[in-house]
Write a protein that binds this ligand. Structure first.
Ligand SMILES: Nc1nc2c(c(=O)[nH]1)N[C@@H](CN(C=O)c1ccc(C(=O)N[C@@H](CCC(=O)O)C(=O)O)cc1)CN2
Length: 287
């Protein structure tokens, strides 16, 4: 985390000549020093995607006016969808977890080590089992047991808590309950899940059993944004490992755990760094 006084602009719009030059000219004319720039053109759909980050040290436009300038000078002219972020405004993350601790420990270890420009004030679970882990890291832990009769009521309380903690995005670290639209609609493309299979293969709660039954030779893990369609949201990242006839369900679960940890943490880092754009249930993930 080099310069902590930067602005990040994420753009997507209909592709046409001159967009890149217009954006960089705007930043340059206002004495912004561009630190990072990446762009991609989807030639099938003729859509332009871009991430640009610049230092604000000598930037002429006052911080609270930048969005209006971009809207007036660029967005209206090029029909842009854009989001503007500031590196000194740390996103606030909440983790949802059930009983499995491997992804939770990995996330807490990276947070504790200062790997990420993020605040992590809250953990929510449907079981009390992992509260001692949260206590170890000094993070608030709330338990909301879920069953089909109380899911709506409990999720309403969870949503209220997320608002109280001013949470910007949620990470499901092997949270084993299907979220309802009420919660998802409050955090569109801001809930990241780790699914323990190489999607679209073996969606659902027990992918390792299904993979073993099918006799696959590769298993994987998939990070994705959560939508109301189970395990069908925009994929952020995936990874795989080879298995053989010698692998049991238990050995697949063990090999899968390592994949789940790294695939989830990579996705969380890309989200925190504002390097993901979603478009038509797919993602553009910048390096
Ligand atoms: N709306 C969504 N919610 C969740 C998603 C998602 O993609 N959309 N992913 C899951 C995680 N997950 C797979 O990655 C998963 C978790 C749980 C289940 C499931 O069927 N759960 C049962 C209850 C199981 C239990 O009580 O142990 C259920 O909710 O009825 C499927 C997939 C997180 N949420």
């Amino acid at each position: 985390m080099a310069n902590d006084n930067t602005a990040v602009l994420l753009i997507h719009c209909p592709d046409r000549p001159g967009i890149l030059a217009a954006v960089t000219d705007f930043i340059n004319q206002q004495k912004g020093n561009i630190l990072y720039l990446d762009q991609y053109v989807n030639r099938e759909d003729h859509v332009f995607f871009m991430r640009v980050e610049w230092a604000l040290d000598n930037f002429i436009i006052p911080r609270d006016e930048i969005e209006d300038y971009i809207d007036t000078l660029l967005a209206k002219r090029y029909s842009m969808n854009f989001r503007l972020y500031f590196s000194d405004s740390k996103p606030r993350m909440a983790i949802f977890v059930s009983k499995m601790s491997h992804c939770l420990f990995d996330l807490l270890g990276r947070y504790h080590a200062g790997e990420w420009n993020v605040e992590l004030p809250l953990i929510i679970s449907n079981h009390p089992d992992l509260k001692p882990v949260a206590d170890q890291f000094g993070i608030d832990y709330f338990v909301f047991p879920i069953n089909k009769d109380n899911k709506a009521e409990q999720e309403a309380k969870e949503l209220e808590l997320l608002k109280q903690y001013n949470i910007n995005f949620v990470v499901l670290a092997r949270y084993m309950q299907v979220l309802s639209p009420q919660l998802i609609d409050s955090y569109p493309n801001r809930i990241i899940n780790i699914h323990h299979s190489f999607l679209p293969a073996f969606a659902g709660a027990k992918p390792y059993h299904a993979a073993h039954e099918r006799g696959v030779k590769i298993i994987g893990a998939t990070s994705h944004y959560v939508t109301s369609d189970l395990d069908a949201g925009p994929i952020i990242g995936q990874d795989v490992v080879r298995v053989t006839h010698k692998d049991t369900i238990e050995s697949m679960v063990r090999k899968g755990r390592d994949l789940e940890k790294i695939v989830l943490s990579r996705a969380v880092e890309k989200h925190i760094d504002r390097k993901i754009l979603t478009y038509q249930n797919r993602t553009v993930v910048f390096d």
